[in-house]
Design a protein around this ligand. Sequence first.
Ligand code: ZN
Length: 245
Amino acid sequence: MRYLIISDIHANLHALDAVLKHAGSFDRIWCLGDVVGYGPQPNECLERLQQFPHVCVAGNHDWAALGRLDLNEFNSDAQASAVWTQQQLTAASHAYLEGLPERVVEADVTLVHGSPRDPVWEYIMFPSVAKLQFAYFQTQACFVGHTHAPVVFTYFLMGNGLEACEQSGLPVEEKISIDQARQIINPGSVGQPRDGDPRSAYALLNTETQELEHFRIEYPIATVQRAMKLCGLPERLSSRLAYGW
Ligand code: ZN
């Protein structure tokens, strides 16, 4: 099976469509949450995702769009976009988001938005935090999103019995094996990259070979920025797309 692994689409349909086109053929999508929030096309992104065999876990922005979160947890731009998104959602979109699970285990892989320990909220930014997460899932690999930055955390048990965790980048267009060690892998963000590279990020996993490949691709950023402006979404949220932060 070939799995398309995507995260943090953030209502950016142009980026999602660019990824779907570039990925070519795949059997199923694993989506790591935050389909909506920030961007101008929440319903369209949910509809597009549902055109494919897929599973999706809940992200904090998906819950914010449902009014399930206290928006005081968000900065002012995120609050404004969450309120706008709440107003846009169709009944079908609302029902779809309501049904999202916090965690999925499929094909011996764990999928969550934030972290295995706190699936919707916790950010895994550092090896010290990543190391603690391996006790909270049973599979060899866990895929996460939420930080919008591609990364791999690899778990080691050292000779003295102490646990260690090493952080590495996710190489672009280079197949890496995921059956060698326990790992937490973030494929990066489709719709709002935050690692200084504005191109959409995604990964493809071939479960026959256990090989993962990561890609970065261009999408029409200026078109999305214009759409955000027309929707009255905060200027800072559209300008950040151009510099990938
Ligand atoms: Zn996000």
